[in-house]
Design a protein around this ligand. Structure first.
Ligand SMILES: *Cc1c(COP(=O)(O)O)cnc(C)c1O
Length: 432
């Protein structure tokens, strides 16, 4: 097994190289040269397992050639230490709750796995490795918490000042230890630009080891395939299902499509957007036209140029017909998101977060034409993370889960930074 770049299939990297570098040297994204297919027996065996146990089997299948079994088992168990239950919302329609990890969003799965795999690959280095991550909210908290206390790794989280919710901010500015938060006097795009500039700065590369924890790293999205198996295994045997995936950078969707290649018997995926509907437009027209993002209530889906989309093109050999056979596009406005949250709560007694709400509606709509199928929408974050929006719709207080409430009393610590590359670079060099 080797890893190639989506820009050059001839490139051959090891898993270690791909995980440490994040982005391929030609700026393509790494993909596995072959995707192992599970036996029917292995699949059936998942029916009696929760996510942590399924994760161990699947991480051996994916990474067993490159990481010794005992190490891989240990790091997988440490990373994936919570379940992803399927909850029925109505007849034939389920929520896959991905928010039972420490920061209450699905990004915990990938971030925790990446942190430990990177820790394993770099433990022999005699210098620290620096992880840079730009966040509009959820990624920062999942990555920071995922890497907290992992030896030999220092994490720098860049976020737009005033651009994340107060609770999100607390989740990555109060950790201390090997985590530093950088409050940038600018936008999320400024943060992302600063990070990108570091990776093309050869002088900086000569002075310190840098890597990225954004979802371009393959050790972040591949483990997300685990919970698609867990979802399927919770259905009655013989049930035909489809997945509805609220999407931003399309890491989650890519993971689902990889699960399908590994033998998950699911063929249909709904690609769900908010007003940032670049992929929905592509699925309608065949033209992919990135554009600046528009802020919405489902802010983790506010992406105008989805970074993992090229991986989806690659998986389907850039064949538009083939892509549209498996992917169906939907998109929803903020007004619709508000209505959905209110309606699902009133009529079904289930509380969706703004992202999950879009997934619910798409699944419900698709089922009207395909009533023989069971829909599973990914509930990507706990509704309390978007408390203001949700409470306004349901007219009731939403209780903060204890894990989240614990952050509110802690003291914020952040380095204030102008969106200036030279200033950022000097800060990094000093932090070595
Ligand atoms: C990141 C995120 C998404 C989008 O996932 P992608 O893998 O980027 O498509 C959706 N919902 C929530 C809550 C998220 O944090």
């Amino acid at each position: 097994m080797h890893y190639y770049s989506t820009s050059n299939r001839e490139l051959r990297s090891t898993l270690k190289e791909a995980v440490i570098k994040g982005l391929a040297p030609d700026s393509g994204l790494y993909m596995p040269s072959s995707i192992p297919v599970l036996t029917r027996e292995t699949l059936e065996g998942f029916r009696n397992m929760e996510l942590p146990e399924i994760a161990v089997t699947l991480s051996r299948t994916l990474f067993g050639l490159e990481v010794p079994e005992a190490e891989l088992t240990r790091l997988t168990q440490e990373a994936i230490n919570f379940d992803t239950p399927l909850v029925q919302v109505e007849e034939g329609l389920y929520a896959l709750e991905l928010f039972h990890g420490p920061t209450l969003a699905f990004k915990d799965v990938g971030a925790r796995f990446l942190a430990r795999l990177l820790g394993y690959f770099t433990r022999e280095l005699d210098e620290d490795i620096h992880v840079l991550v730009a966040t509009s909210g959820d990624t920062g908290s999942a990555v920071a918490n995922g890497f907290l206390g992992v030896e030999g790794i220092k994490v720098h989280v860049l976020y737009p000042s005033g651009g994340v919710t107060p609770l999100q901010e607390k989740q990555f500015t109060t950790l201390g230890s090997n985590i530093t938060a950088l409050e940038v006097d600018g936008s999320f795009d400024d943060c992302q630009r600063l990070v990108k500039e570091c990776f093309v700065d050869e002088e900086l590369a000569g002075q310190m080891k840098l890597t990225s924890a954004n979802s371009i790293n393959l050790a972040r999205f591949l483990p997300q395939s685990f919970y698609y198996f867990r979802a399927w295994a919770q259905l009655d045997p013989g049930t035909k299902a489809f997945f509805s995936v609220p999407s931003g950078n399309y890491g989650n969707m890519t993971a689902g499509l990889v699960a399908r290649e590994m033998g998950l018997p699911v063929n249909t995926f709904l690609s769900v957007n908010n007003l940032n509907d670049v992929v929905a437009s592509y699925l309608l027209t065949g033209r992919f036209k990135p554009r600046p993002s528009t802020p919405t209530l489902a802010n983790a889906m506010d992406v105008g140029d989805p970074s993992n989309f090229v991986r989806i093109l690659d998986l389907f050999n850039h064949n538009y017909e083939w892509i549209t056979e498996h992917l169906h596009g939907y998109s929803y406005s903020d007004r619709e998101i508000r209505e959905i949250i209110k309606e699902v709560y009133r009529e079904k007694g289930y509380l969706c977060d703004p992202h999950g709400a879009t997934g619910y509606r798409a699944a419900q709509t698709y089922r009207k034409e395909h009533p023989e199928l069971t829909g599973i929408f990914l509930e990507t974050a706990h509704p309390a993370k978007f408390r203001e929006t949700v409470e306004e719709q349901i007219g009731e207080a939403v209780e903060l889960p204890e894990r989240l409430a614990a952050f509110t009393d802690r003291k914020k610590e952040a380095v204030f930074l102008q969106p200036d590359y030279q200033e950022f670079k000097q800060y990094l060099i000093k932090s070595r």
